[in-house]
Ligand binder design. Structure first.
Ligand code: Q5B
Length: 258
């Protein structure tokens, strides 16, 4: 007799059963032929919407500007240690990827989420928003940087904010709110700036991306950089890294007999 099988999974983003893959209904080759770019594919697969030209240009810049931030940051450093230990690319890159979290690179989603909440719940009360965050969340995601500050501004942030505000017609209530928050936090301490995660999170939220997709933009962009660091170390035949003693504070008890 006829066997009825329940589908095991449900998908809503892509279909490869025709002659070629379709992303949210659009044929990949047609997107290429019509001049769309990787940023449009990202928007289709993550948000199921074909962005306008203006929106695509913003997404492209977000990816470009966050692709790498040198060897010193947690993600690149993790990848470099892996590369120097002779680990293959996927594993070394995932070592770096593992670093993406609430302090480094993984604050994009929560920045978008909480600044959006601020716009809704504390529209004219930023001190109230900050008090709520301190009580319920901790450090405000998207605020603060280890080396960037008012005296050493993050040009990536300056560029993105200026581009979106001056060269596009995007309505930016969430970014505007975060910039008001920054005025208060930097008055306390000058490194409590709106950082690159926060800026990305606000703009992507203003663009209408699903909240839980936002960290994906840092993951995607920084994968480009991490792969670069792995290739670079391999090109140089870099040696195994072992920290010198002077880089470690051995705060252990002195030798003692058992
Ligand atoms: N305080 C980023 O902290 C960092 C505060 C705050 C209120 C805050 C910190 C933080 C939120 C998470 C976030 C993304 C850990 C950063 C990125 C990509 C990157 C990286 C790169 C790239 C830095 C000292 C004092 C304490 C804290 C207070 C700090 N942050 N208060 N809201 N958000 N931010 N992460 O300097 O009174 O002394 O106890 O967690 O958005 O990852 O380039 O490096 O492209 O690769 O280590 O840009 O801001 O300072 O944590 O010792 O705090 O400031 O409460 O106050 P620091 P901490 P107190 S972008």
């Amino acid at each position: 007799g006829e066997v009825i099988v329940e589908p095991l999974i449900r998908t809503t983003i892509s279909d490869d059963r025709g002659e070629e893959p379709r992303y949210a209904g659009y044929a990949a080759s047609e997107l290429c032929a019509k001049g769309y770019g990787i940023e449009d594919v990202v928007a289709l697969l993550w948000g199921k919407k074909l962005p306008t030209r203006e929106e695509s240009e913003i997404i492209k810049r977000i990816i470009m500007i966050s692709a790498d931030h040198g060897p010193a940051v947690s993600g690149a450093f993790g990848t470099i240690i892996g590369a120097c230990a002779g680990i293959d690319m996927p594993q070394a890159v995932s070592a770096g990827m593992t670093m993406i979290g609430p302090r480094f690179g993984g604050a994009v989603t929560n920045a978008g989420k909480y600044f959006k909440m601020g716009v809704k719940e504390y529209p004219n009360d930023i001190p109230g928003f900050l008090a709520w965050m301190k009580k319920n969340v901790g450090p405000v995601p998207g605020i603060g940087h280890r080396v960037k500050s008012l005296r050493n501004p993050d040009q990536r942030v300056k560029y993105l904010v200026s581009y979106v505000k001056n060269e596009t017609s995007l309505h930016t209530p969430i970014l505007n709110y975060a910039l008001e928050v920054e005025k208060i936090t930097t008055a306390k301490k000058d490194n409590l700036i709106l950082n690159v995660d926060g800026t990305m999170g606000c703009i992507l939220m203003d663009l209408g991306f699903p909240e839980h997709s936002l960290n994906g933009f840092f993951v995607l962009a920084r994968t480009i950089g991490m792969i670069g660091h792995w290739i670079d170390q391999n090109n140089q035949n870099s040696r195994l890294i072992r920290l010198y003693d002077y880089l470690i504070n051995y705060a252990v008890k002195p030798e003692r007999p058992v």
